[in-house]
Design a protein. Sequence first.
Length: 479
Amino acid sequence: MKRVAVEYGDGLVELDLPEDTVVAEPGSLYTDPEPPDDPVTLTRRALAHPLGSPRIRELVGKGSKVLIAFPDRVKGGAHGTAHRRVTLHLVLEELESAGVRAQDITLVCANGLHRKNTREEMAGYLGPELVRRFPPSRLLNHDAEDPEYMVQLGETDEGEVVEVNRLVLDADLVVVLGHTLGNPYGGYSGGYKMPCTGLTGWRSIRCHHTPATLFRSDFVPISPHSGFRAQLRRIGEVIERHMKRPFFAVDAVLNGANQQLAVFAGRLADVEQATWPLAGRRTEVVIPGPPADVLVLGIPRSFHYGPGMGSNPLLFKQAIGASLARAYGALRPFPVVIALCVCDGWFNDEWFPPYREVYRLLQRCSSVEELVRYEDEVCTRPEWIRKYRYGYGYHPFHAFSMAYMGGLADRYARAVYVVGAREPSYARGMGCIPVPTFEAALRHAARHVGDRPRLLVVPRLSRVQVHLSAAEMAPTPVE
């Protein structure tokens, strides 16, 4: 037997697993690459040789208005050499050398529909010196509900709504900082995904974070060539047509420790394409042998979206759907999922205020797709908008988008078993089957996959994840 420690609640539990179990973590299944150079050198080199664009210092001068957009706390790391921290200082150097005045530079956290970040949180990942340097009037959170700043730009040729923060349109130059990491939405983060989810509004975001897109046949397994990614590009291109000049991007390909493997700068469309090959070599991992029958997940209480992600029912189901999408290439069609999850019903109403209501509405639906009919009602309620704008809470549409990603598990898994649920009714409310022990889950799974299933274990969802495929092809399912 093989003993594996997996995340559960606020700690770890150990499982005794068959010797042929595949464990998807660095040092076991794959080796995370090391940076080829220090991040300052990588970033300076990228800024000096931009793709498809002149250097920043050639695009602006005295009197130019510049907007720099950076990712929020959800991804990218908070260490001293994190991409956004290093890059902000170097971009500011470029602007200063071009004669741009400090009062003409605005930094905006591209939080999209995520909760706004406090200045203390920004100091944690940008550095206290930079936060002290920029007063609140020039170090802002994006506000997707601010009527003075959100501008409607119509629709794309395919009907996607296009709206964007007015600061993007008013600036002479917009610099966007992105992290190219494996992502269950559209293959990778960074590229057009950064401004099109971070600086737009919920009516635009719901055009792609919706069942009509997430449940397309090209969404799972994850790929940067899906309809989802095409929607981001179309929306971004419409925004750029209304800007004074196209986005200037500085994107870093990161490893699992959020270290820069490479940095590319320049025209956003060119940077996006330049980052994907290296990101693929880091992110796309092949498991040896045949595909697995069962996906085992260790779900902590708190990870990237915040405290309570592993106990809030909509969020733990989102984590299951996202994990299934990441690993589907390494699984037999319609596998079984076993998730170790505390599932105690703590929604964390302070951070996720609309989630309890959306969970209640989901109980009135026969499928997650039916939730769509409640979007306009819930997402325009003044109390939820107020908590997003002024109370550091997630936007109400975020709860819908998480429920839809969780719906991938309903479509692609034969069964989802939740081990260790302290309030089993919440597992049942999300379409999962609560069981008391891991051994009991395996006995239940045997009805679908036999009594000697091949297991694929993702032990720690709090870490940066990879996309998985199998060395041997899965057989075509017979239904």
